[in-house]
Design a protein around this ligand. Structure first.
Ligand SMILES: [Zn+2]
Length: 79
């Protein structure tokens, strides 16, 4: 019989792998702060570009940043 802990870690690995695959295929996600609306209302009622995504409404996924970081480190080590 397979131990539950092994199954759980296997599921976590599969989940992480599919998440990283998603980040590799589609690096952009919707900005969580403005929900993709690109701007937000200030206290006095004017609209301003979302400071988090600079008014683009999209942001780079965290996993994609991780992939880029790993790639940069890898290339730096193979120069
Ligand atoms: Zn935003």
């Amino acid at each position: 019989m397979v131990p539950i802990a092994l199954l759980a870690s296997l599921a976590a690995i599969i989940y992480a792998a599919s998440y990283l695959a998603l980040c590799a295929v589609s690096p952009w996600g919707r900005c969580r702060r403005c929900q993709g609306r690109r701007s937000h209302r200030t206290a006095i009622g004017t609209r301003r570009d979302c400071p988090r995504c600079d008014g683009t409404g999209i942001r780079v996924r965290t996993g994609r940043r991780l992939l880029d970081y790993i790639r940069t480190e890898y290339q730096a080590g193979n120069r």
